[in-house]
Design a protein around this ligand. Structure first.
Ligand code: ADP
Length: 431
C-alpha cells in the first residue's frame, strides 16, 4: 500500500516542483496552466483505465484482462488474481456437484429432495423411473399432484418416519416400492424409494410355501388322528378291520415321510453351500437300475422300454441324476393309464446328451406346462396324491437340471401323452 501512495503522489509532486520552478522563472500563470495540464492528463489516464475496467467487468475473464500502467497495474493484477481464484473455486464446486450427482445417480435407490411445501427440488434418475417424473416439468411441482395414492399422502403428513411405507406406483402396479422420508436441514426432506418387488415376491413365495407344507402335512395327520381315535374308541374291533385301518394309517404316514424326504432333498439342492460333487456316471448302469425300479413300480401294467444310444458316460452327480430320472419315470408311470407305453431314452441331439421319458399317458393341457416345476403345482391334486405324489417331484428335477446346467424340456398333448427331456451340455460328455 505505501507503494500505491508513492506512485500516486510522485507525478503530482514532480509536476508541482516543476510548476514552482516555472513560477520562479516565468510567472504564476504559466505555473497554473502547467498544473492544470498535468491534472487533466492524469484525470484522462484514470478515466481511460476506468473505462477499460468497466468494459472488462462485463465479461471478466483472466485472459482478457487489460494492460495497465501505474497504480492501475496493482488494481488489475489484484482483480486478475481474484477472478482466477473465483473461477478455480467455481470449477471445483462444479466438479464436486457433478461428482455428487453421479454418485446419487448411481445409487440403487430413488432420491427426491422435497421442500417444506412438499415441492420437488431435485430427483435422481431412479426416482424418475419409480414415480414417472419429468425432468423438465416436475421440478418445483407439488409431489402430491404427481403421486396421488392416499396412503402416500397420509405418510407425507405423518411425523414419525421410522417405519417405511410399502406401496405400488400407480403406473407400475407390478412393482412394490418401500418409501422412507428423512427430514434434514431444518425444513427439507429426503424421500428415498427402493424397489422391493423381488424381495416381496420371495417373501410371498416363502409364505405360500409354508402354507402349502402345513396343508400337505395336516391332511394325512388328520386322517391318522381319526384312525387312532377309532382304534381307541373301539377296543373290540375285529382283527381284519384293525389291519385295514393300520394299512390306511401306514399309507398316510408314508405320504408324510415322502413329503419330508422331498422337502429335505429340495433344501439340500437349493443350498448354495452344497456344490455339485461330480463324478463320471455310467449311464448304461444307471438307466438299467432306474428301468428295473420302474418295472417294479408299474407292476407290469405298462409296456416299459429302454433305448440307449450314443456316448454313455457323463460327468455329474450319480445320486442326483438317479433322483431326477426316477422322478420323471415315476411320473410317467403314475400319469399313464394301464396298458400305456413308456419309453426311456438316452441319445445324442446336436452333440448334446439327452435323457427323455415318453409316455402315452393323460398328457398336460398347454396352459399348465410353464408352471409344472413350481413347488406343489398339480393339475389334478387327487390323482397326484392317490398315486403318492408330493407335488415336489418336478421342482426337484428342475433343480438337479440347473445344477448340471441341463435344460428340462416338456412337450405334451392332452389325452395323448408327454415327453419330458433333460438336455445336458455337450461338455458333460466324457469320452
Ligand atoms: P406330483 O407329485 O404331483 O406328481 P410333480 O412335481 O412330479 O408332482 O408333477 C407336477 C404335476 O405335473 C403333477 O401333479 C401332474 O399333474 C403333472 N405331471 C407330471 N408328469 C406328468 C406326466 N408324465 N403326465 C401327465 N402329467 C404329469
Amino acid at each position: 500500500m505505501p507503494d500505491f501512495w508513492f506512485r500516486l503522489i510522485l507525478p503530482v509532486a514532480f509536476s508541482s516542483l516543476f510548476a514552482l520552478m516555472l513560477w520562479g522563472l516565468l510567472s504564476a500563470v504559466y505555473a497554473l496552466w502547467f498544473m492544470l495540464l498535468v491534472l487533466l492528463i492524469l484525470m484522462g489516464r484514470h478515466a481511460r483505465q476506468l473505462h477499460k475496467l468497466g468494459l472488462w467487468l462485463n465479461d471478466a475473464r483472466p485472459e482478457t484482462i487489460p494492460e495497465a500502467g501505474g497504480i492501475w497495474d496493482d488494481v488489475f493484477s489484484q482483480l486478475y488474481r481474484m477472478v482466477k481464484k473465483h473461477i478455480q473455486t467455481k470449477q471445483k464446486l462444479a466438479a464436486e456437484l457433478q461428482h455428487m450427482e453421479q454418485a446419487t445417480a448411481a445409487l440403487p435407490e430413488g432420491v427426491i429432495i422435497l421442500n417444506d411445501a412438499n415441492r420437488i427440488e431435485w430427483f435422481n434418475p431412479i426416482a424418475q423411473q419409480h414415480f414417472f417424473l419429468d425432468t423438465n416439468q416436475d421440478v418445483m411441482q407439488d409431489i402430491t399432484y404427481l403421486v396421488r395414492q392416499p396412503e402416500f399422502i397420509a405418510y407425507l403428513h405423518e411425523s414419525d418416519f421410522s417405519k417405511p411405507l410399502m406401496m405400488r406406483p400407480a403406473r407400475h402396479d407390478d412393482m412394490v416400492l418401500s418409501i422412507k422420508l428423512i427430514p434434514y436441514g431444518g425444513d427439507k426432506r429426503l424421500l428415498i424409494s427402493r424397489d422391493i418387488t423381488q424381495f416381496e415376491r420371495i417373501e410371498s413365495m416363502r409364505r405360500d410355501f409354508v402354507a402349502n407344507v402345513s396343508h400337505e402335512l395336516r391332511s394325512p395327520l388328520t386322517v391318522v388322528n381319526g384312525f387312532v381315535e377309532n382304534l381307541r374308541d373301539m377296543p373290540d374291533l375285529g382283527h381284519d378291520s384293525a389291519r385295514h385301518i393300520l394299512k390306511l394309517m401306514a399309507e398316510q404316514t408314508r405320504r408324510m415321510e415322502n413329503l419330508v424326504a422331498d422337502l429335505l432333498t429340495l433344501s439340500r439342492l437349493e443350498n448354495n453351500q452344497n456344490p455339485l460333487l461330480e463324478e463320471v456316471v455310467d449311464i448304461v448302469e444307471l438307466l438299467d437300475q432306474v428301468f428295473r425300479g420302474g418295472q417294479l413300480l408299474s407292476g407290469g401294467k405298462h409296456d416299459l422300454r429302454l433305448e440307449v444310444t450314443g456316448a454313455t458316460k457323463i460327468s455329474g452327480n450319480l445320486g442326483e441324476l438317479r433322483s431326477a430320472f426316477e422322478n420323471l419315470l415315476g411320473n410317467a408311470i403314475r400319469y399313464t393309464p394301464e396298458g400305456g407305453t413308456i419309453l426311456l431314452r438316452w441319445f445324442e441331439r446336436g452333440g448334446q446328451p439327452v435323457f427323455s421319458v415318453e409316455d402315452s399317458g393323460i398328457g398336460i393341457p398347454a396352459q399348465h406346462i410353464p408352471r409344472l416345476t413350481e413347488r406343489f403345482y398339480r393339475i389334478d391334486s387327487s390323482r397326484s396324491r392317490e398315486t403318492g405324489g408330493t407335488g415336489l417331484g418336478l421342482a426337484i428335477v428342475k433343480h438337479i437340471a440347473m445344477r448340471h446346467q441341463a435344460k428340462l424340456e416338456i412337450f405334451s398333448e392332452e389325452g395323448k401323452g408327454s415327453i419330458f427331456s433333460l438336455v445336458f451340455p455337450a461338455r458333460r460328455q466324457v469320452a
